[in-house]
Design a protein around this ligand. Structure first.
Ligand SMILES: NC(=O)c1ccc[n+]([C@@H]2O[C@H](COP(=O)([O-])OP(=O)(O)OC[C@H]3O[C@@H](n4cnc5c(N)ncnc54)[C@H](OP(=O)(O)O)[C@@H]3O)[C@@H](O)[C@H]2O)c1
Length: 338
C-alpha cells in the first residue's frame, strides 16, 4: 500500500489537532475532509492543504480516494458517523468516548467485524512515548507488583449550557469527556475492574460537573479516579507498586517527562520523611503534537491487515463503555434517546 489516505469527519477543535498530528506521519496523507457545510470544509481544507473538500459527511464516506476516516464529531454522533463510514467500506478511527453506551459500541464493533474493516477508539494517550515507557517499567518489574492507580483529568471550562461539555443532547458531563482518560488508564494498567463505585455532582443541565470512580480488583488492587469540567485539579497519574511508583506529569497532553521512584529501603523500615525513594525523572523523546502516534498505530494495523489494535482493542473499548454505563446507572444519568 502507498501512503495511508485519511479523511476527517468534522472540522472542530480536535479535528484540527489531529490534522496537525498527521502532518508528522511520513506514510500518511490527509486527503479529504467532510463537514456539514462546504464553507467550513473549504476553510479546513485551505488551512491543512486538503485536496478533497466535502459539504456532507456522506460525500466524505463515499470518497473513493480515502482509506480511513477519523470521526471527530460530538459524542452522540460517533455511533451514526462510524456506521456511515463502515457501511461505505472505510476503516475508522473514532474519537473517545467510543460511543454513548455499550449497546451502540457493540453494534459498531459487529459491523466493522462483519465488513472486515479496521476500527479503533482514538484513545491517543495510550500510544504516547511516556505511556510506552510506563508500560516498559512495569513489565520490567521496576515498581514490583502494581497495587494502586491514581489518576485525574479535570479542568475549569467556561460554562455554556448549550455547549457539548454540558448539554445532555451533546453527551455533556465530565465522565464521557474527560473521566474516560483516567478510566482507560486504569484499564491499561489493571484491566477490567471487579467492583465499581462512583459519586457525581450533577450540575444545572443534569450532567456531571464532577465525578469520582473507585475500581476494585482481585487481591485488593485499587484504582482511585476522578474528573471534572468545572474544577481545575492538578493533572497527574500515578502507578504505585510494592517496590516504588511511576508518576506521569500532565499525562493527557503528550508528556515529555516521567518519574520513576524506587523504594530505597526495605518495606519493614517505613518512614514518612520523603527519603524512602530513589527518584529519577527521565526525558521521553517525543515527536509531533502527540496525535501522530495513534495515526501511526492505525496505519500499521491497516497495513498488517488487522481489524483492531492490540493496544486499544475493541473488547476493551466495549468493556469501558459497559463500565461507564454502570457508573451512570449509579447516578441515574441517562442521555436523550437512550
Ligand atoms: N483526543 C482528544 O484529545 C480530544 C480532545 C477534545 C475532544 N475530543 C473528542 O472529539 C469529539 C469532538 O470534540 P471537539 O472538542 O472537537 O468538538 P467541537 O470543537 O465542538 O467540534 C465538533 C465538530 O463536530 C461537527 N458536528 C456535527 N454535528 C454537530 C452538532 N450537532 N453540534 C456541534 N458540532 C457538530 C462539527 O463539524 P462540522 O461543522 O465541520 O460538521 C463540529 O466542528 C468529542 O467526542 C470529544 O470527546 C477528543
Amino acid at each position: 500500500m502507498e501512503k495511508i489516505r485519511w479523511g476527517t469527519l468534522s472540522t472542530g477543535y480536535i479535528a484540527n489537532l489531529f490534522a496537525e498530528g498527521l502532518s508528522a506521519v511520513a506514510d500518511a496523507d490527509l486527503v479529504a475532509v467532510g463537514s456539514r457545510n462546504r464553507e467550513t470544509a473549504d476553510a479546513f481544507g485551505d488551512k491543512w492543504d486538503v485536496p478533497h473538500r466535502h459539504g456532507s459527511y456522506e460525500a466524505l464516506a463515499n470518497d473513493p480516494d480515502v482509506d480511513v476516516i477519523y470521526v471527530a464529531s460530538p459524542h452522540p454522533y460517533h455511533y451514526e458517523h462510524t456506521l456511515l463510514c463502515l457501511n461505505a467500506g472505510k476503516h475508522v478511527l473514532v474519537e473517545k468516548p467510543f460511543a454513548m453506551n455499550a449497546r451502540q459500541a457493540k453494534e459498531m464493533i459487529d459491523l466493522a467485524q462483519a465488513k472486515g474493516l479496521f476500527l479503533m477508539e482514538a484513545m491517543w494517550t495510550r500510544f504516547l512515548p511516556a505511556m510506552v515507557q510506563t508500560r516498559r517499567w512495569i513489565a520490567d518489574g521496576e515498581i514490583g507488583d502494581v497495587e494502586l492507580v491514581r489518576a485525574n483529568l479535570s479542568f475549569m471550562a467556561a460554562y455554556n449550557a448549550a455547549g457539548r461539555l454540558f448539554a445532555p443532547e451533546l453527551g455533556g458531563g465530565a465522565l464521557l469527556d474527560v473521566g474516560i482518560y483516567p478510566i482507560s488508564f486504569a484499564y491499561m494498567i489493571l484491566g477490567s475492574p471487579q467492583t465499581v463505585s462512583s459519586t457525581a455532582y450533577l450540575g444545572e443541565t443534569g450532567t456531571d460537573d464532577r465525578s469520582t470512580y473507585t475500581f476494585g480488583y482481585p487481591g485488593g488492587k485499587t484504582a482511585l479516579l476522578s474528573s471534572a469540567v468545572r474544577l481545575s485539579v492538578p493533572v497527574e497519574a500515578e502507578v504505585i507498586g510494592t517496590k516504588g511508583y511511576i508518576k506521569l506529569h500532565q499525562p493527557w497532553i503528550n508528556p515529555r517527562t516521567v518519574t520513576l521512584a524506587r523504594m530505597s529501603q526495605s518495606e519493614a523500615s517505613l518512614i514518612f520523611d520523603g527519603n524512602l525513594y530513589d527518584t529519577q525523572t527521565v526525558h521521553v523523546p517525543t515527536q509531533g503534537n502527540g496525535y501522530n502516534y495513534e495515526a501511526v498505530e492505525v496505519g500499521a494495523c491497516i497495513r498488517a491487515g488487522k481489524q483492531e489494535s492490540d493496544l486499544m482493542s475493541l473488547s476493551e473499548s466495549l468493556d469501558i463503555m459497559e463500565t461507564m454505563d454502570l457508573i451512570r446507572a449509579q447516578w441515574g444519568l441517562t442521555y436523550p434517546n437512550e
